[in-house]
Design a protein around this ligand. Structure first.
Ligand code: KG4
Ligand code: ZN
Length: 334
């Protein structure tokens, strides 16, 4: 069984082919970072137009790299939500048209479910049930995963997502878009002992998160003491330390309340080195295990869509051609 995956939910056009006997055959990505840089963030209309420009050449390129014919595909999976409506419509329209032309099924994939399943593309994989910490630009969730499509929400952010907090804090420190990677690089040069930021919502029970206060804390510290490059690196460090320790506290709590000691971490922020090291140490300490996607599959990519589509297809999912793209699509509806 061979599935073409199409990702166009935000500012990356990602295409991949997953085959159940050969594994991931090829994957290609076009990042729009340079396009949006001048605006300091993603401009939705420009994102949609660029997906239109890139998607067909990228599909052809991926088929060539996989040495596969279009006619060898058994299904086409595309990101149907959540994400930017115009951007989603490009991938949905192309994905469904292609499936219709080839007389094969089209599979609507939930972007966050694809992030959640991305660590299963690696060599060592957890067994169900496991915990999943999903940390992207739009979402922060702790989920108990009992099987494909069997998800129990344990906690989520009540305000900003972790990636959003990284991006906003980076912006106020004067760092270029995309802020998350720039802020984490700056933090590596900073001193952990200089500033101490709060660990939000860790002093009360529960597994929800709140990150918008950290951004304000960073802004106030920056206004009071952010004069030099050294100061800004120390502020970045305090911010990253606070986010990482908050995740460590909540993941430890999730393990204690569920009794599940295998954790997958996915989504753009899971590329963060400090977060990876912190959670690795936690899970080692409590005799559990943590699984991450390879760094290229932490952020948006076509491979996770092809793979999630394959798993969904195998379990019998198959949409009618009038399935709507959903900019908002709670994972609990799956
Ligand atoms: O999963 P993703 O590529 O797109 C969404 O589904 O949102 O996540 C993008 C987010 C952005 O907020 C970006 O700043 C953040 O992931 N990010 C990082 C790092 N790499 C990407 N945040 C912290 N450290 C990183 N190394
Ligand atoms: Zn994503």
């Amino acid at each position: 069984m061979r599935v073409l995956g199409i990702e166009t939910s935000c500012d990356e056009t990602g295409i991949a082919i997953y085959d159940d006997s050969q594994g991931l055959m090829a994957h290609s990505l076009f990042s729009q970072v340079d396009l949006h840089k001048a605006y300091g963030g993603v401009v939705p209309e420009l994102a949609s137009r660029d997906h239109v420009r890139r998607i067909l050449p990228l599909i052809r390129q991926t088929l060539t790299e996989a040495d596969a014919e279009m006619s060898s595909l058994d299904a086409v999976a595309y990101t149907a939500g959540p994400g930017l409506m115009g951007a989603l419509l490009v991938g949905s329209a192309v994905g469904r048209s292609l499936a219709y032309a080839l007389s094969i099924p089209a599979i609507a994939v939930h972007h966050m479910e694809a992030h959640l399943l991305a660590p299963l593309l690696e060599e060592s994989v957890p067994e169900f049930p496991f915990l999943a910490l999903l940390v992207s630009g739009g979402h922060t969730m702790l989920v108990e995963v009992s099987g494909i499509g069997d998800y129990r929400m344990l906690g989520e952010s009540v305000d900003d997502a972790a990636g959003e907090a990284f991006d906003k804090t980076a912006k106020l420190l004067g760092l270029p878009y995309p802020g998350g990677p720039a802020l984490s690089a700056l933090a590596e040069e900073g001193d952990s002992d200089r500033f101490h930021f709060p660990r939000p919502m860790t002093d009360r029970p529960g597994l929800d998160f709140s990150f918008s206060g950290l951004k304000t804390f960073a802004l106030n510290t920056y206004n009071a003491e952010g004069d030099t490059a050294r100061d800004r690196a120390d502020i970045a460090r305090a911010f990253v330390d606070a986010v990482v320790e908050t995740f460590i506290i909540k993941c430890r709590r999730a393990v204690e309340t569920t009794g599940i000691n295998e954790l997958v971490v996915a989504g753009g922020v899971s590329a963060n080195k400090q977060l990876r090291a912190g959670l690795q140490q936690l899970m080692q300490e409590i005799n559990g295990k943590v699984y991450f996607p390879r760094p290229a599959f932490c952020t948006d990519n076509g491979a996770m869509i092809a793979f999630a589509g394959y798993l969904r297809f195998k379990s019998g999912q198959n949409e009618s051609l009038n399935f709507q793209a959903k900019p908002r699509w709670p994972m609990t509806e799956l």
